[in-house]
Ligand binder design. Structure first.
Ligand code: NAD
Ligand code: UDP
Length: 314
């Protein structure tokens, strides 16, 4: 009999994973973090090391893992386009082989398993905002395909294990999330702009900056993931998690410059292939089923993230 819930977080040393591990420890869980440090780092979780209920495993989930837990959050996968395109075959592998390994583990030990899926399953969407019922507009042979199709296949695997093996699954489709502990060279837009603004170097807008995104602060997102994991077994998702406000990338650049009192200028660079033109989550389902509402406004979240980067850049 285990008094504490034992939870495995794959990718636990990454941006979202480190916040999730912290949250689960605060709730009294016994947390196992499995990470191969591809994009994550010990620095993200250094303050957790030494906590007797936190265990760190250096492990690549494309290889099998044998242990006993009650719940699995499967977050392992590089999330930033520059990192996931650096070794695209490994990106597909972590999503397909990695998911098969984690689903196999969940099946053997009868654990509940949550998949960190993504708004990228909608590709460059023709339906706006995106509800979970939209099947997406994804290129299967482009530079983003290793991630987009990898994540789509992972969802397929989750639902086949659910139908075929009666596994308890939860699939969250995460939209752009930002906050402290994003990697300094992460490459995603919020951290790029903040680091550029704080260093006084030009902010690099790809394309003309009219493409849109919705930005969710990390604490809100983690609340959504934990609520989803704790729902009844008949709730499988997929369920969108993100903050519905929509901003152009140019608006974001201007906001970051203003909030960081930066003198940086804005420069325009070539738009990468298959870069989605618009993205905004329809979170009707999350509101209803999880009673979840992201609370941190972009301005407040940016202030907190700027303060974090300001500290680590000094
Ligand atoms: P991140 O890159 O900071 O974290 C990913 C973690 O997974 C890193 O610690 C990395 O070292 C680890 N990892 C990668 N390959 C691994 C492997 N083979 N075995 C073990 N560990 C491995 O990214 P993040 O933003 O924290 O994203 C976490 C998850 O959430 C990812 O699955 C990502 O696809 C998903 N997601 C994130 C966002 C977002 O905006 N942050 C949006 C949609 C989906
Ligand atoms: N982007 C940008 N400058 C940067 C980094 C990203 O203009 O330095 C753009 C990128 O082309 C995309 C948007 O910002 O249109 C969001 O990019 P990100 O990599 O954060 O996530 P995506 O939603 O594209 O996966």
């Amino acid at each position: 009999m285990h008094l504490r819930k034992r939870v495995l977080v794959t990718g636990g040393a990454g941006f979202l994973g480190s916040h999730l591990c912290e949250r689960l420890l605060n709730e009294g869980c016994d947390v196992l973090c499995a990470d191969n440090f591809y994009t994550g780092s010990k620095r993200n979780i250094e303050y957790l090391i030494g906590n007797p209920y936190f265990e760190l495993l250096r492990h690549d989930i494309t290889f099998p893992l044998y242990l006993e837990v009650d719940e699995i959050y499967n977050l392992a996968c590089p999330a930033s386009p520059i990192h996931y395109q650096n070794d695209p075959v490994q990106t597909t592998k972590v999503n397909v082989h990695g998911s098969i390994n984690m689903l196999g583990l969940a099946k053997r030990i009868k654990a509940k398993i949550l998949q960190a899926s993504t708004s990228e399953v909608y590709g460059d969407p023709t339906v706006h905002p995106q509800p979970e019922t939209y099947h997406g507009n994804v290129n299967c042979i482009g530079p983003r395909s290793c991630y987009d199709e990898g994540k789509r296949c992972a969802e397929t695997l989750f639902f086949d294990y659910f139908r075929q093996h009666k596994l308890k699954i939860k699939v969250a489709r995460i939209f752009n999330t930002y906050g402290p502990r994003m990697h300094l060279n992460d490459g995603r837009v919020v951290s790029n702009f903040i680091v550029q603004a704080l260093r006084g170097t030009p902010l690099t807008i790809f394309g003309d900056g009219t493409q849109t995104r919705s930005f969710c602060y990390v604490d809100d997102l983690i609340e959504g993931l934990v609520r989803l994991m704790n729902t009844n077994d008949d709730v499988t998702g997929p369920i969108n998690l993100g903050k519905p406000g929509e901003f152009t990338i140019l608006e974001l650049a201007e906001k970051v410059i203003e909030l960081s009192n930066s003198k940086s200028e804005i420069i325009f660079k070539k738009l990468p292939a298959d870069d989605p033109k618009q993205r905004r989550p329809d979170i009707t389902k999350a509101r209803k089923i999880l009673e979840w509402e992201p609370e941190v406004e972009l301005e407040e979240g940016l202030k907190r993230t700027i303060a974090y980067f300001d500290k680590i850049l000094k």
